[in-house]
Design a protein around this ligand. Structure first.
Ligand code: HEM
Length: 506
C-alpha cells in the first residue's frame, strides 16, 4: 500500500467519523426534542389518527382550540394537530416573558416564511423598511392625512356603493375591497395612482394569489414540494401578478427618483416617497425591489382591513339598534369641528371604536395569534421546554371568550369597551380598538404586533362613519340573525355570498 493510499484511507475514515458524529448528534437532538414535546399534553387524540385529526381541524379548529384552552387553563400549554402539523398552543400568561426574547430564539419571520411557503413562493418576509416607515412616517402623519383619506373614502363610497333611496342588495366584499384599495393606495402611492384600475386590480388580487399559491404548495407533502412547485398554476399566477405590478409600479418609482430634489411644495406625501427617501440608508436597492415593497405592503393591509369593515357592517346590519346612537355620536363630534372629519373628530368616536373592537372580538380574522417559530430551544418559567423547530401560537379567540376576562362573553355588547374607557380605570385606554393586551391579541403582540393598526383604525372609522351617515343598513332575513362566518382551519372570514341591504337616508 502506497503512502497516498494510506492518506486516502485516513481521510475516508475521518469523514465517516464526522458524518457519524453529526448523524448521532442530530438523532440525539431529534429524540430529545420529541421527548420534550411528548411531555406537553395533546388534545384531540380520541378523534383518530394524525390524518383524521388534520381533517377534523379544518372544520372544527375554533371548537378544539376552545376545548384545549379551557382544559389546560391552569398549566397553560397543550399540543394540537392542525392542518399544517402539530402546534404548541400557549396561554397568554407566557406572553410577557416571550415577547422580549430575541428573533434568533422565537421568530416571527421564520413562522411567516413557513406560512407563506417563502422557499417556493419567494414572498419576502424581511422587508424591515416597510415596518419602519409605517411606524415612523405613516402613523405620525395620520392627523395630517385624515382629510385626504376622508376625501378618498367619500369618493369610493359614491362610486362603488348604490345611490338608491330604496333598499338595494349588494355583495359587499368586492365593493369594499375596491374602496380599501383606493383609500390605502392614497396613503401608499398617492392620489394620481390610487384610482388607477391596474393598481386596484393588483392590490385586490395579489394577496388572493399568494394565498392560493401557498395553499397549493401545502397540498403536497414536504418531500414533493421542491419538485412540483414550479409547475403549479397557482404559483405561476403569483409571478404573473408580480409582473403586472412591476410594469405599473416601476415607472412610478423611476419618476419619483428622477424628481428627487426638484419637487418643491409638490413632494408626494405617501409611503412610496418615504420609503424611497430611506432606501439607501436601509440598503434597499433596485427599482424592482422598491416597487415590490408596495406589493408586500398591500398584502399586509388590504384584505385584513376589508374583512374587518365587512364584519362590522354585517354586525350593524343585524343589530340596527346601534345605528342611531352611533349617528348621534358622529353628528355631535362633527358639529364641534365645522363638519369635517379630522383627528379630533376621530378621537371623539369612542362608541364607534368600542363597537369595532367588539365586532373584532366576535369576528377575528383568525382563531390564533402570535404565531412564532422556536429557533433555539427555550425553557419557560413553569419549566416547560419548547424545543427547536416547534411552532407556537396563542389561542386569541378562546381568550377573548374567557368569562374571567370578559364578563358575559357570549353577549355582543357594543358598549363593552366604551364603558370601560368611560369608567376612568387606570389602564382604560388600553381598551381602544388599537389597544393590545395579553387578552386582546387580534393585532398580535410584542415587537412584531401590527404597526399598521393605527392607520387601519382611522380608515375603518372613516368608512363606517361615512356609510352610517349616508345609509340605513339591513340583512336579507332578520329572523335568521347575523350572517355566519366561514371558518376554515385557523381562518375566519365574512361570508362573501351574502347580500348587504343599503338604502340612502333621505
Ligand atoms: C384590521 C386590519 C389589520 C389587521 C387585523 C392586522 C393584523 C396583523 C397581525 C395579526 C399581524 C402579526 C402580528 C404578530 O404576530 O404579533 C400584523 C403584522 C403586520 N401588519 Fe397588520 N393588520 C391590519 C392592517 C394593517 C395595515 C393597514 C398595515 C399597513 C399600513 C399593516 C401592516 C403590517 C405589517 C408591516 C406587519 C408585520 C410587522 C413586523 O414584521 O414586525 N397591517 N398585522
Amino acid at each position: 500500500m502506497s503512502l497516498s493510499d494510506v492518506f486516502t484511507m485516513e481521510k475516508a475514515l475521518l469523514w465517516s467519523s464526522i458524518f457519524l458524529a453529526a448523524g448521532a448528534t442530530y438523532l440525539m437532538s431529534y429524540v430529545m426534542s420529541q421527548k420534550a414535546l411528548s411531555r406537553i399534553p395533546m388534545i384531540g387524540l380520541e378523534l383518530g389518527n394524525q390524518k383524521q385529526r388534520e381533517k377534523i381541524f379544518l372544520g372544527r379548529a375554533k371548537l378544539l382550540l376552545q376545548q384545549g384552552y379551557n382544559k389546560f387553563k391552569q398549566n397553560g400549554i397543550f399540543r394540537i394537530t392542525t392542518a399544517e402539523g402539530t402546534r404548541v398552543i400557549i396561554n397568554h400568561k407566557f406572553l410577557d416573558e416571550i415577547r422580549d426574547m430575541s428573533d434568533d430564539v422565537i421568530s416571527f419571520e421564520t413562522a411567516l416564511e413557513e406560512t407563506l411557503e417563502t422557499k417556493y413562493t419567494t414572498i419576502p418576509t424581511d422587508e424591515y423598511l416597510i415596518t419602519h416607515c409605517v411606524k415612523a412616517d405613516l402613523t405620525p402623519g395620520l392627523a395630517r392625512l385624515a382629510g385626504t383619506i376622508d376625501d378618498e373614502v367619500k369618493y369610493g363610497i359614491d362610486t362603488e356603493l348604490p345611490q338608491s333611496e330604496d333598499w338595494a342588495p349588494i355583495k359587499l366584499s368586492p365593493k369594499l375591497l375596491r374602496i380599501v384599495a383606493m383609500v390605502s393606495g392614497r396613503a401608499f402611492i398617492g392620489p394620481n395612482n390610487c384610482r388607477d384600475e391596474t393598481w386596484i386590480k393588483i392590490a385586490v388580487d395579489y394577496t388572493l394569489n399568494v394565498f392560493a399559491g401557498q395553499r397549493a404548495i401545502k397540498s403536497w407533502r414536504p418531500i414533493w414540494r421542491p419538485l412540483v412547485y414550479r409547475f403549479l398554476p397557482e404559483v405561476k399566477q403569483i409571478h404573473a401578478s408580480r409582473e403586472e405590478a412591476r410594469k405599473f409600479l416601476v415607472p412610478i418609482v423611476q419618476q419619483r427618483k428622477a424628481m428627487q430634489g426638484k419637487w418643491g411644495d409638490n413632494k408626494p406625501d405617501d409611503m412610496m416617497q418615504w420609503m424611497l427617501e430611506k432606501a439607501d440608508a436601509w440598503n434597499v436597492k433596485g427599482d424592482d425591489r422598491q416597487a415590490f415593497q408596495q406589493l408586500t405592503l398591500t398584502m399586509a393591509a388590504i384584505h385584513t382591513t376589508t374583512m374587518t369593515v365587512t364584519q362590522a357592517l354585517y354586525d350593524l346590519a343585524a343589530m340596527p339598534e346601534y345605528v342611531q346612537p352611533l349617528r348621534d355620536e358622529l353628528n355631535e363630534a362633527l358639529a364641534q369641528s365645522v363638519g369635517k372629519f379630522d383627528k379630533n373628530v376621530l378621537s371623539k368616536l369612542q362608541l364607534l371604536d368600542s363597537f369595532m373592537k367588539e365586532s373584532q372580538r366576535f369576528n377575528p380574522p383568525g382563531f390564533t395569534s402570535f404565531r412564532r417559530k422556536v429557533r433555539r430551544g427555550v425553557t419557560l418559567s413553569d419549566g416547560t421546554y419548547l424545543p427547536t423547530g416547534v411552532t407556537i401560537e396563542v389561542p386569541s379567540h378562546a381568550i377573548a371568550f374567557d368569562p374571567e376576562l370578559y364578563p358575559e362573553p357570549q353577549k355582543f355588547d357594543g358598549y363593552r369597551f366604551y364603558n370601560i374607557r368611560k369608567s376612568g380605570a387606570k389602564d382604560a385606554d388600553r381598551h381602544q380598538f388599537v389597544g393590545i393586551t395579553p387578552s386582546s391579541l387580534h393585532f398580535g403582540y410584542g415587537k412584531h404586533a401590527c404597526p399598521g393598526r393605527f392607520f387601519a383604525a382611522n380608515e375603518i372609522k372613516l368608512i363606517l362613519a361615512n356609510i352610517l351617515l349616508k345609509y340605513d343598513l339591513g340583512i336579507t332575513n332578520p329572523e335568521e340573525g347575523r350572517y355566519k362566518n366561514i371558518e376554515f382551519a385557523h381562518q375566519n372570514i365574512p361570508d362573501p355570498r351574502k347580500d348587504l341591504l343599503l338604502k340612502k337616508v333621505a
